[in-house]
Design a protein around this ligand. Structure first.
Ligand code: PLP
Length: 446
């Protein structure tokens, strides 16, 4: 791409450091400028239209340009554009949203705590787990177990929970009290001759071995996404979560379900927790909570977590945690309206209805010589490609995603996997267009 002097692209190169970007490559190539969005589509600054088959970053559930969310934001801006929830203050939108989340929760939950991003929610979850252990007089119970390829964010704590090398490399992470256990990706991590059932049993055994090696009295919590997203859309084998939870129960270890991607319909139920039979003590949500029209995230905590925390706050005199924008009234108002749309339009029903087509077309791609494996559930999926002549591992994915982009579909390369996660408002024809384009791109590469 030739970057014109003084263009948006040129000023972007001059002034902005981008997330998850090779900074030197961007200086050379420039960024893609997205100007506006409507429904499942976004438009670049040349007017070219793309199907946003990743919902931005797994988040724009109700699609782009949803006027009801705009109106909710404007309304709240004019009534009370900002207030906080520190030191016993509150406001209507945060109360209403907390009540709504407790009512929607897939397992009984006691309280909601607001944060502003998925990373902050998981960072806060880790702090709450530590605080609780201290409250219970178990100061040694502080280690958190996560999984290889899990993704939980990028703050110092949440990046430590993340089990991906790029989030650790050159950042001096992970923190030493975060441990990573086996990733439930059967094709990649199964040992020779292991059936799926054997593999599940070994994942549970690996977890138990790790707990015993560290000392069960030192392990406070386990965190996992019901379906791993940014690690490559890894759907756990049947029985995986049951086996893991049996180990956690045995050693009195809390379960944190990171529903930042799965939450609010993505897997065909309102929560991934329901799809996969989890019994979490803490649930973290963000993204589809507000369709990312406003930054907001939340933790739902059960009584087992809340009661000791409340006691400790009484002992110390305060729960010394909180962000200026926690429970921001505009973000909360937008989230409430977004959840109302998800319910009124039965978008979870839409996911269930369209999932069979989505999965059928995804699985059909597996037959292509360039494909290794198709993985998916609900309306989230990925096709893993086989690195071939001239490409080393991890190079083909981005090239392939660039070709799809050229053809008007935005997917996301995760190594050599191409992830798809369309808005929940997507229709049958749009799903077919996404996969027709995927097929045409595979043929172009073969
Ligand atoms: N947890 C999961 C499962 C995620 O997918 C993400 C982001 O993609 C995060 C946490 C971090 O969220 P954020 O980027 O809002 O900090």
């Amino acid at each position: 791409m030739t970057v014109q002097p003084n263009s948006v692209e040129a000023r972007d190169q001059a002034y902005q450091l981008h997330s998850y970007t090779n900074a030197r490559a961007l200086e050379r190539d420039g960024a893609l400028v997205i100007d506006r969005g409507e429904g499942v589509y976004v438009y670049d600054n040349n007017g070219k239209r793309y199907i946003e088959a990743m919902s931005g970053l797994w988040s724009v559930a109700v699609g782009f340009g949803e006027q009801r969310l705009v109106d909710a934001a404007v309304r709240q801006m004019s009534i009370l554009p900002y207030y906080h929830t520190f030191t016993g203050r509150t406001h209507g939108p945060s109360v209403d949203l907390a009540a709504k989340l407790i009512q929607m929760a897939p397992v009984p939950m006691s309280k909601v705590y607001f944060t502003n991003s998925g990373s902050e929610a998981n960072d806060t979850a880790m702090k709450i787990v530590w605080y609780r252990s201290n409250a219970l007089g178990k100061p040694e119970k502080k280690k958190i177990i996560s999984r290889v390829k899990g993704y939980h964010g990028v703050t110092i704590a949440s990046a430590s929970l993340t089990g991906l090398p790029n989030n650790h490399r050159s950042f001096d992470l992970p923190l030493s009290n975060v441990l990573h256990t086996t990733c439930p990706h059967y094709r990649v991590f199964a040992q020779e001759g292991e059936t799926e059932e054997d593999f599940v049993a070994r994942c549970a055994r690996d977890l138990e071995d790790l707990i015993l090696k560290e000392g069960p009295e030192t392990v406070a919590a386990f965190i996992g996404e019901p379906v791993m997203g940014a690690g490559g859309v890894i759907v756990p084998p049947a029985g995986y979560w049951n086996a893991i939870q049996a180990v956690l129960r045995k050693y009195d270890i809390l379960l944190i379900a990171d529903e930042v991607i799965c939450g609010f319909g993505r897997t065909g139920e309102m929560f991934g927790t329901t799809t996969f039979g989890l019994q979490p003590d803490i649930i973290t949500v963000s993204k589809q909570l507000s369709s990312s029209y406003q930054p907001i995230s939340a933790l739902l905590i059960n009584e087992r977590v809340y009661a000791p925390l409340a006691d400790e706050s009484a002992k110390i005199g305060t729960f010394g945690h909180g962000f200026t924008a926690s429970g921001h009234p505009v973000a909360a108002a937008v989230a409430l309206e977004n959840l109302a749309i998800i319910e009124e339009r039965d978008l979870v029903g839409n996911v269930r209805e369209l999932s069979s087509l989505f999965i059928k077309r995804l699985k059909a791609l597996e037959a292509h010589p360039l494909a290794v494996e198709a993985r998916g559930v609900g309306l989230i999926g990925a096709l893993e490609l086989h690195p071939r002549d001239g490409f080393t591992a991890g190079q083909l994915g981005p090239k392939f995603a660039a070709l799809m982009l050229d053809k008007g579909v935005i997917g996301r390369a995760i190594g050599d996997s191409i992830a798809l996660c369309p808005p929940l408002i997507v229709d049958e024809q749009q799903i077919n267009t996404i996969f027709d384009t995927f097929e045409a791109s595979l043929d172009a590469f073969a």
